[in-house]
Design a protein around this ligand. Sequence first.
Ligand SMILES: [Zn+2]
Length: 158
Amino acid sequence: MRFQLATYRCDPNGHLFRAPTILGGHGVFLARSSGEGDLAYVDAVSDDAFGDLRSILRGIPTFMQLHELERGKVVQDLFSITCDYDSQGAPYVLNRDPCCIHCSDCNVRFIEATDPPEFVDIDVPEVSHGRWDSMSVTDRRTAIEQALNEYFIDRADW
Ligand SMILES: [Zn+2]
């Protein structure tokens, strides 16, 4: 798969480095695991778990009261719940920034896309949903309600 390179900077040490990203992906997202940063991609249009997650959330009034932009963010945040873990047992997170390649610090910000754009071809698997698929409808709903409650608790701390 072909990804555009973007420049990131780690906050603590100011290292600049480049890492693959998807910009304006039209429903295609890049996920990074929170462990070693393993990459996986998600095609939100064809991914059944993504649709499932959205329809469960639409049935929850506190979710529907959110602004449309925030709803989009919540869907992306909670998508981790539906994904299998990486080979080290770490969860995948959509649109997670890479950790610094120099000092491994993960407090990193996006600076800019390469311009002119530079691309890199890497083998990236699609996220899998074995764990999610084996959960009952009730368990899925409970897991999502729980994660949504945690989201609201974190949000209250802003
Ligand atoms: Zn660094």
